[in-house]
Design a protein around this ligand. Structure first.
Ligand code: ASP
Length: 448
């Protein structure tokens, strides 16, 4: 046991993921009752995620107020904001385009035969989880084009905090930060001192929570697998295999983002090396993979980027919370691949105009996706709605949309884990890039 605790954090988490998988396989093969896992394993995973979420809002509030106050003047804030949003947009458009190029070259949809497609759609089309997703998308779709802007402004900051509405909290914290800049040090000093102290305490709490991360991750992974396999593990594996080409296309795109695009970005804008970067953020990536939630991972992302990559707090406290909600490169890439894949499966050819439409809608849809498990798939429905071919009736097309989502549901949780890891990696890479060559302090050790 002692030996395990001495291992670096990322190795502890990797071991937890592996043992979670092995345990689940043994459990499933031994005919274990899934209810046992629901009652006795999953709750510990839930507690772990709740602990992370518990500190996310106070952390963002405290670190962002201190961060803006530290910037010292408004022009610096607008410069930082402009640079951040510009780089976030560029990486998301790149991700969507890479997804589109790959799906057009590999053409996974053309590799699936008609019979298999029909049987998978048939299997899922009446499932409650599909219905939930479709109704979630319908709610989003009803709102007007400026709704995201309206949603950013809280009418009650306590409710916003209670609901975990990250962008609203970011908005509020920035306003408070700006106000501290104009009232002078005498008035703002006590608040900034308080927030500073809260911030440091939360950093300590993150260390405590990460100490139990191996247990949390083990419980999350094993209960998830037991749940997914359900009563028919062999059937689950077969469907995964059928959707193999589609999954490979998404994974290839995600790898390109992580190992080509982000390192190139950092090479241009910063002096952080490839190895140093990955070493610094490894635990955050693994946590994103295990939880499928960039919001839940946010506290750890902030801690890693500040304490292990040395990015100054005024940059990280602004760039990372914003990124966890609006910058989802993995999600936008997945959405563009999935949209074209579904159309290929249903024999709908998308012309250049429709593909450009996918770049636009997938970029917007990923910005609108919440950093929680499965959010990207709900927003995918909106991307699909945007490419309805001329001449096809509404009802005919809605059959394709529902059938398409039913088709790709099986591997979605796994792909969600991978795209969330890329979402978080992207936030960190952009944060390091925005900090640039001067926005870092030296860190004494890059070890876990
Ligand atoms: N789970 C992803 C995230 O939290 C969002 C998605 O479903 O793509 O980043």
């Amino acid at each position: 046991m002692k030996f395990l605790l001495k291992l670096p954090l990322h190795l502890q988490i990797v071991l937890s993921i592996i043992s979670g998988v092995v345990f689940a396989l043994i459990f499933i093969n031994a005919g274990g009752n899934p209810e046992f896992s629901q009652n006795w394993i999953k709750p510990f995973g839930d507690i772990f995620i709740k602990l992370l979420k518990m500190i996310a809002i106070p952390l963002v509030l405290a670190s962002l107020i201190v961060g803006v106050a530290k910037l010292g003047d408004l022009s610096k804030l607008s410069k930082l904001g402009g640079k951040t949003i510009a780089i976030y947009l560029v990486t998301t458009i790149l991700a969507t385009s890479i997804g589109l190029i790959l799906v057009n070259i590999i053409q996974p949809g053309k590799k699936m035969d008609e019979k298999t497609r029909q049987s998978i759609v048939q299997k899922n089309i009446d499932s409650s989880s599909l219905k939930k997703k479709m109704s979630g998308a319908a709610v989003v779709e009803k709102s007007g084009p400026l709704q995201p802007l309206v949603d950013m402004v809280p009418s009650n900051i306590f409710k916003a905090m209670g609901d975990g509405a990250m962008l609203q909290v970011v908005f509020f914290a920035i306003i408070i930060g700006i106000a501290t800049l104009s009232v002078g040090a005498e008035l703002s000093g006590p608040l900034i001192g308080f927030m500073n102290s809260l911030n440091e305490l939360i950093m300590k709490i993150i260390e405590y929570i990460m100490a139990i991360a191996p247990i949390g991750v083990f419980c999350l992974i094993s209960s998830l697998l037991i749940d997914v396999a359900g009563d028919d593990p062999a059937g689950a594996v077969k469907i995964l295999k059928t959707l193999g080409w589609y999954s490979v296309t998404v994974l290839l795109g995600l790898l390109l983002m992580a190992f080509v695009i982000y390192p190139s970005l950092m090479k241009i804008f910063s002096n952080v090396g490839f190895m140093e970067f990955f070493k610094g953020i490894r635990p955050a990536q693994l946590l994103a993979f295990s939880t499928s939630s960039s919001s839940a991972t946010l506290p750890v992302t902030i801690e890693r980027v500040e304490k292990h990559l040395g990015v100054n707090e005024d940059v990280s406290s602004f760039v990372l919370p914003l990124g966890a909600t609006v910058n989802m490169d993995g999600t936008s890439l997945y959405q563009s691949v999935a949209a074209v894949f579904i159309m290929q499966c249903f024999g709908v050819d998308l012309d250049l105009g429709a593909q450009i439409m996918i770049v636009v809608t997938a970029t917007l849809a990923s910005i609108g996706s919440a950093g929680v498990p499965g959010a990207g798939m709900v927003m995918l429905i909106i991307v699909l709605q945007a490419v309805q071919p001329a001449g096809m009736s509404e009802s005919e097309f809605s059959v394709i949309v529902a059938g398409g989502i039913a088709l790709i549901m099986a591997p979605d949780r796994f792909l969600d884990m991978c795209r969330t890891a890329v979402n978080v990696t992207g936030d960190c890479a952009v944060c390091v890039s925005v900090a640039g060559k001067t926005g870092r302090t030296k860190v004494s050790s890059l070890e876990d």
